[in-house]
Design a protein around this ligand. Structure first.
Ligand code: DGY
Length: 421
């Protein structure tokens, strides 16, 4: 990576720094988002180790008493975003927040920070403080989102997947009622509407937000009655990988208590994951719990079981073959939805564009299965996006044009952490 690009990435993190946390981008996302923040910490590591750890500490200050780590922390008011804490009903928490989580990549990021940190006493001190919080967070997923012990945690909102308008969620979301009140979307004043989710999707996103608030965030009630219940293969895979990283960290530092329950939860996932495999699609598919149907859409989430080591050697081989064809199917790889899908749109958010952090996670998974060459190909393709357009939120898979928010923190962080490696 050129010195100019490295400098541009560093400047973006500094510009998006709000003293202790980093906003994904100015205007469009003016708060702390959970998985953005975990990935952004990896970029800070290249610039300022203390600041990298601070990103984690600030996030975990917003953890709920039951262990849940919200997907947004509203540290300060900002009129440029909707829905804010009043709509979520999360104002009473020490840090006002949303009421859902996001792909749990934190333990994976913390393990990388801990392994790379030069200041060992700082790393040891922060890890001692974070470890019980990470354990509580993982237990929350397994306990609250899989109360029947099936091995597969359940997601209640497309925003929880982090892949908001992925075509995989179209069918389950179509069963959610629309809100009957009017609202004013702020995202469309920052980004072209053809790069963002459509109104019928937003109406349903908001119905769900309202549903949690009306039922006072009662986990049992929501589990039994939520009109959107999806076994999201992206969340299941990132959780499984992060649990491995968490157990590794527990071996290095004193765990808060006996963590063998995490082993047990992971073994259950290992036993259950085969039910999501699709021989025909050559990948794992998410699943609609309410209709008991697979969600037949090949998206970048469907190959993430590589990251968690959840695939057999044969399944990994089949997914690698799928990825090879997929890379060749668009000029700028790897598109978030397979271009053969009738719902693929190369520029619209999670319906086609390329996202750098997902490509990085898939590359980690490929490396795990010894598919180094393919991992390098993904990195080169990701670099092409950045060289073609700069450090945007996502990239049009056909033209390479930058889309969404500009000067984007996790793209800058991945450039520093991965592309510069
Ligand atoms: C948004 O507002 O677009 C976010 O993705 C929700 O977290």
């Amino acid at each position: 990576m050129s010195a100019t690009l490295r400098q541009a990435a560093a400047e973006i993190l500094r510009k998006n720094d709000r003293s202790g946390y980093t906003v994904p981008t100015h205007g469009l996302y003016p708060f702390q988002w959970s998985w953005d923040s975990a990935i952004t910490a990896l970029g800070w590591l290249k610039l300022d180790e203390t600041r990298a750890w601070q990103e984690c500490e600030t996030m975990f200050r917003g953890q709920w008493a039951n262990g849940m780590l919200p997907h947004i922390l509203f540290h300060k008011n900002a009129a440029s975003y909707f829905p804010g804490p009043d709509v979520w009903g999360g104002e009473s928490h020490p840090v006002p927040s949303s009421a859902i989580s996001q792909p749990p990549v934190w333990a994976t990021a913390v393990r990388i920070l801990y392994n790379s940190a030069a200041d060992r006493s700082l790393a040891d001190r922060v890890l001692r403080d974070l470890l019980p919080k990470l354990v509580a967070y993982h237990r929350w997923w397994y306990r609250e989102r899989d109360p029947e012990g099936t091995g597969l945690v359940c997601s209640y909102h497309p925003w929880e997947s982090g892949m908001d308008n992925s075509p995989a969620w179209d069918q389950p979301l179509s069963n959610v009622p629309e809100v009957d009140w009017t609202y004013h979307r702020r995202d469309l004043s920052h980004v072209d509407s053809d790069q963002r989710p459509k109104k019928p999707e937003y109406d349903r996103y908001l119905f769900l937000v309202d549903f949690y608030k009306r039922h006072e965030f009662n986990s049992r009630y929501i589990y039994e009655h939520c009109p959107y219940k999806v076994l999201d293969i992206g969340i299941i895979s990132t959780l499984h990988r992060a649990s491995q990283d968490l157990l590794h960290l527990c071996e290095l530092a004193n765990p808060p208590d006996d963590v063998t329950d995490i082993d047990m939860y992971m073994a259950r996932t290992g036993d259950a994951i085969g039910t999501l495999w699709s021989e025909q699609s050559r990948c794992f598919l998410s699943h609609d719990v309410l209709t008991n149907e697979p969600l037949d859409e090949i998206t970048t989430a469907t190959v993430l079981p590589l990251l968690g080591g959840l695939a057999s050697e044969e399944q990994a081989e089949a997914m690698a073959a799928l990825i090879r064809d997929w890379i060749d199917a668009t000029p700028f790889a790897l598109s978030s939805t397979h271009p053969s899908s009738p719902r693929y749109e190369s520029q619209r958010y999670w319906r086609g564009p390329v996202w750098l952090h997902i490509n990085w996670l898939i590359a980690l998974g490929l490396e795990r299965y010894g598919k180094q060459e393919l991992a390098v190909k993904l990195r080169e393709a990701a670099r092409d996006c950045v060289l073609s357009a700069g450090l945007w939120e996502y990239f049009d898979a056909e033209s390479g044009a930058g889309c969404g928010g500009d000067d984007f923190s996790w793209t800058a962080a991945i450039a520093l952490h991965w592309l510069d490696a």
